[in-house]
Write a protein that binds this ligand. Structure first.
Ligand SMILES: Nc1ncnc2c1ncn2[C@@H]1O[C@H](COP(=O)(O)OP(=O)(O)OP(=O)(O)O)[C@@H](O)[C@H]1O
Ligand SMILES: [Mg+2]
Length: 147
């Protein structure tokens, strides 16, 4: 689907938020500046997180408590080895709630990727992004025909 402006990307995040359950992973891929953090922020805002949502570039993971769900926002850009995912507590995070993962190709276990909602963002202009969405079939009902 085409996302015309940051607001459209945040709105996609709000729709994703409605479908999120414990154990869900949302993988956000795309180049630097593609809009992964904007989409993550849209998800978190829709769940009631009012604070700033920076990319957890240096801490690699940032936990959030919402009324309904615990969320962990990962940014694996600076991960040195995929084995660090264990120390970062991915399994616990999935047991406690949902996870949002920027740069999943750098460390998210491929055995779990098939069950994840996968969003690939590409810049098509200064304010426009193309989102390619793949994942389990139930997301189609939540996100509409574009999924
Ligand atoms: N339609 C759009 N959707 C999302 N972001 C947009 C859009 N149009 C313009 N932008 C701008 O693109 C930038 C996206 O930045 P963002 O931090 O979300 O990228 P990122 O993919 O998380 O990059 P990084 O890999 O560095 O973490 C922001 O400055 C945002 O304002
Ligand atoms: Mg980011």
């Amino acid at each position: 689907m085409t996302l015309n402006g940051e607001t459209a990307t945040e709105e996609l995040g709000a729709r994703i938020a409605r479908g999120l359950r414990t154990g869900d992973a949302v993988l956000l891929s795309g180049e630097l500046g593609a809009g992964k953090t904007v989409l993550a922020r849209g998800i978190l805002r829709a769940l009631g997180i009012a604070e700033n949502v920076p990319s957890p570039t240096f801490t690699l993971v940032q936990p959030y408590e919402t009324g309904a769900l615990t969320l962990h926002h990962f940014d694996l850009y600076r991960i040195e080895d995929a084995s660090e995912m264990t120390e970062l507590g991915l399994d616990d995070a999935l047991g406690q709630g949902a996870v949002l993962v920027e740069w999943p190709e750098r460390g998210f276990p491929s055995r779990l990727a098939g069950d994840a909602l996968r969003i690939a963002l590409t810049a098509t202009g200064t304010e426009t992004r193309e989102a390619r969405i793949a994942g389990p079939a139930h997301w189609r009902d939540i996100l509409g025909g574009g999924a």
